[in-house]
Design a protein around this ligand. Sequence first.
Ligand SMILES: NC(=O)c1ccc[n+]([C@@H]2O[C@H](COP(=O)([O-])OP(=O)(O)OC[C@H]3O[C@@H](n4cnc5c(N)ncnc54)[C@H](O)[C@@H]3O)[C@@H](O)[C@H]2O)c1
Length: 255
Amino acid sequence: MRLDELKVVVTGGAQGMGRHFAKRLAESGASVVAADVKDDALASLADECKALPGKLFVRKLDVSVEQQCVDAVAWAHEAMGGLNGLINNAGILRDGLLVKLDRQTGQVKKLPRDHWDAVIAVNLTGATMMVREVVAKMVQANLRPGVIVNISSIARHGNRGQSNYVAAKTAMAQNTVTWAREFAPFGIRVGAVAPGMVETPMTAGMNQKARDALVAAIPVGRIGLPEDLWLAVRFVIECDYFNGRCIDVDGGLSM
Ligand SMILES: NC(=O)c1ccc[n+]([C@@H]2O[C@H](COP(=O)([O-])OP(=O)(O)OC[C@H]3O[C@@H](n4cnc5c(N)ncnc54)[C@H](O)[C@@H]3O)[C@@H](O)[C@H]2O)c1
């Protein structure tokens, strides 16, 4: 699909990679609804994008609330005069080992149930509701072709301290296959992009020692930038022969 024909919702569009994707899309002439829980950051994004060739709208949205997904997608369809894409990017972390032993005290700590639930609610259930709503709207309005890009993670290969996140990101990568099969009759492709470590507010808090160790393990020798991921998202959108697969963009970290 051509970028300038796209009418697309970007979840988590207020900061980090989602903000970068929303800007690049608006620069390319696409119509974009950037949706996020952070309305201040959305307002500044709208300001920054005023002069760009595409149209950028912003909408407050918590993807973990089903009715908000329903309403936001209907609103986006109305605002853009159609809908043919979703960049399913909103995500959170609540890292922790499932079971942790403090060797000094002998104390065993368990991953709090609410840390599990929060990540599943946003990264899996919310992301799935967004796919459901966007595709339902496209099918009802007979809008085709269309494209969905799920933002997974290389954590899908398994990662210590992230069982909640791994569960959600693996499911999103695998359901990319399920949905590519289910939505093919509607002319909708589904692809996934799995970032490695990327410089965004999500990773800004990492301590220097851990960061240095990680960079040493990345074959290309650096942490990723949102632009590295944009190139992959753009490929999924533009290549009409790409469908049902997940691309790892991690500098070789997971190979
Ligand atoms: N940064 C990385 O290293 C990395 C690596 C692998 C995968 N990812 C994934 O990439 C995506 C973007 O990550 P990022 O690094 O830009 O993160 P980020 O924290 O910088 O941005 C995430 C955005 O999602 C929004 N968001 C969170 N919960 C939401 C909700 N319930 N409803 C709507 N919006 C919500 C946040 O407000 C924020 O604007 C996420 O899905 C993340 O899991 C990131």
